[in-house]
Design a protein around this ligand. Structure first.
Ligand SMILES: [Fe+2]
Length: 386
């Protein structure tokens, strides 16, 4: 599984995705159509990855004008997207180029909608979409979120710290070049890959699952299992990075076709309350226990997915405990041993977590989760991660 996928171009809904090494130049015909760009980045990763310089060089070839907005933080706030959107509008840009991981691309999705149609996040959240959407080019720097191929964006409200997931828009063009993921440090290499892992598992077991989703999910988890442990021994292994990038992209299609469910909803509450908690790590902390409850009600689908980690898992309710153990042991083999306590959470936070989950973010899991949640179940899941 170590041989790197050949370059390819995929048209999926509104997005044309370019996959492969040094593939940025192939988006030239698209770049040529515009004269003025807004580049959105985080504080450093765009430059460290080399993607920023490549984009600037490409724009210079056509004497294109550009402005740079480089203030986007991890677990971004609503105010950042509103500010970025206002800047794009004020500067009169014709197209947005997002260079970053999920945070930057998600902010760019919302900012491009605000810049095209006015209003603020509240309007966007209520479903307002302009008829002519500003084109968005996503240069993806991580192998986890899948946001370069899906229609979602995740942002946290500044005042109430509700981390919302919006069904907003696809990028217009996306670039998945594994070279740009080489500079991801070890911990984020693990977390972002586990994000893709849970996209795959949740999509294949949600109430919106189907056989196509399951095919993508099984393949994604197989690739992660085969390549992530090897990559951790040599973070510059570009072939492994390419495979993981491919896995996260197809897991992105899996959630786009289906949905995440309870594990993602709980993680939204946790990292909304504590933005230092990386998304992929938050998922890994509560994930095994969510797998336990999921396997109980979806033993066939769950076992088909988890067989890629352990061929002995059975499609039976009785194997729920084993399903949980398999996932936990896989995570531990990657070095994931943190607890929620390390991020300041304790038993005392349960009431708050539960009320955020059930009162404010219910829409994130209510229709998609394959089992009925109760206070006891959520308490058990949170306790398992403390
Ligand atoms: Fe995710």
């Amino acid at each position: 599984m170590s041989s790197e996928p050949d370059r390819f171009v995929l048209q999926y809904y509104d997005v044309k995705l370019f996959f492969g090494r040094k593939i940025l130049r192939e988006i030239k015909p698209f770049i040529q159509e515009y004269k003025r760009f807004g580049i959105l980045t985080g504080r450093s990763s765009a430059k460290i990855s080399g993607a920023y310089d490549d984009v600037i060089n490409l724009l210079r070839e056509f004497d294109a004008e550009y402005i740079v907005y480089d203030k986007i933080s991890p677990n971004p706030w609503v105010s950042e997207a509103e500010k970025a959107g206002e800047t794009l509008w004020r500067e009169g840009v014709e197209a947005v180029i997002a260079i970053g991981g999920g945070s930057v691309i998600d902010v760019a999705k919302v900012a491009s909608v605000i810049a095209s149609g006015g209003g603020g996040f509240k309007d966007v959240f209520r479903g307002r979409r302009p008829r002519n959407m500003m084109p968005l080019i996503a240069i993806n720097l991580t192998h986890g979120t899948g946001t370069e191929i899906d229609r979602y964006a995740v942002l946290t409200t500044d005042d109430t710290r509700e981390k919302h997931g919006l069904d907003i828009r696809y990028p217009t063009i996306s670039v998945d070049d594994p070279v740009y993921t080489i500079s991801l440090p070890k911990d984020h290499t693990i977390y972002t890959s586990l994000d893709a892992f849970y996209h795959a598992y949740e999509a294949a077991t949600s109430n919106y699952r189907n056989i196509f989703v399951e095919t993508l999910s099984r393949e994604a988890i197989f690739i992660i299992r085969e390549n992530l442990p090897v990559l951790l021994k040599d973070l510059s292994d570009i072939e492994r990075r390419a495979m993981l990038l491919y896995a996260s992209m197809i897991a992105g299609i899996a959630i786009d076709q289906s949905s995440t469910h309870l594990n993602h909803a709980i993680e939204h509450v946790l990292s909304g309350l504590e933005p230092r908690l990386p998304h992929g790590l938050g998922l890994a902390l509560t994930g095994p226990r969510v797998v336990y409850y999921t396997h109980k009600v979806r033993p066939i689908e769950s076992a088909r997915i988890l067989r890629t980690l352990d061929p002995n898992i059975k499609p039976l309710e009785e194997d729920a405990e084993k399903a949980m153990r398999i996932v936990k042991e896989f995570q531990e083999s990657l070095g994931v041993t943190q607890r929620l306590e390390d991020y300041g959470f304790s038993e005392n936070d349960f009431k708050k977590i539960y009320s955020y989950l059930t009162e404010r973010l219910r829409y994130l899991y209510e229709d998609s989760t394959p089992f009925q949640i109760s206070e006891d179940i959520i308490r058990d899941i949170i306790s398992s991660a403390l």
